[in-house]
Design a protein around this ligand. Structure first.
Ligand code: FES
Ligand code: FES
Length: 161
């Protein structure tokens, strides 16, 4: 079987790995760090334009796993098959207007690009969505960090991330 191609972008000790064939072009990286990720740029990744910490946080949120980096061995091999804990999809709750008796599927794995809702991306991770409905329409604050003890709702746990 042909080995998946990985392209490297390096700044000092920090290297970003990109697997073009895994990329689903969700553009989360472009939205988060437009100075680093420019699809029209050559090269399209400019590692110099953000700190290592900024890059690490953004790479952790890459929904496809096409991006990884060398500062954490786990991240290099992180893919859907070896996720042992959910990804943090956001560090604050997301406000949603919930409709009475509608079935909702809250993403537990954190890799859906339709947060806070499941988009099927959990396939192969061992995670599955939390399906629920509310008895009456209400405004709710959905957990995005995936650490809440009262999922799918925020319980403030994000503040200790
Ligand atoms: Fe996360 Fe479905 S995509 S649980
Ligand atoms: Fe997860 Fe608040 S966003 S507990």
């Amino acid at each position: 079987m042909e080995k998946e191609k990985t392209i490297k972008y390096k700044k000092g000790d920090f290297t970003i790995y990109w697997k073009p064939s895994s990329c689903i072009h969700a553009a989360e990286c472009v939205k988060a760090l437009p100075n680093v990720y420019d699809p029209k740029g050559r090269p399209w990744i400019s590692v110099d334009n953000a700190s290592a910490e900024e890059l690490k946080v953004q790479i952790a949120l890459c929904p496809s796993g096409a991006l990884s980096h060398n500062m954490n061995e786990e991240n290099i091999t992180l893919n859907k098959n070896n996720m042992d804990k959910p990804k943090v999809a956001g560090t604050a709750p997301q406000k949603e207007e919930l409709i009475e008796d509608k079935n909702y599927a809250w993403c537990t794995c954190g890799i859906s690009i339709k947060q806070p809702w499941c988009d099927g991306s959990h396939k192969g991770t061992g995670f599955s969505p939390k399906v629920f409905k509310v008895e009456e329409a209400k405004t709710a604050y959905m957990c995005m960090c995936k650490q809440s003890k009262n999922p799918p709702f925020c319980d403030g746990s994000h503040s200790s991330l």
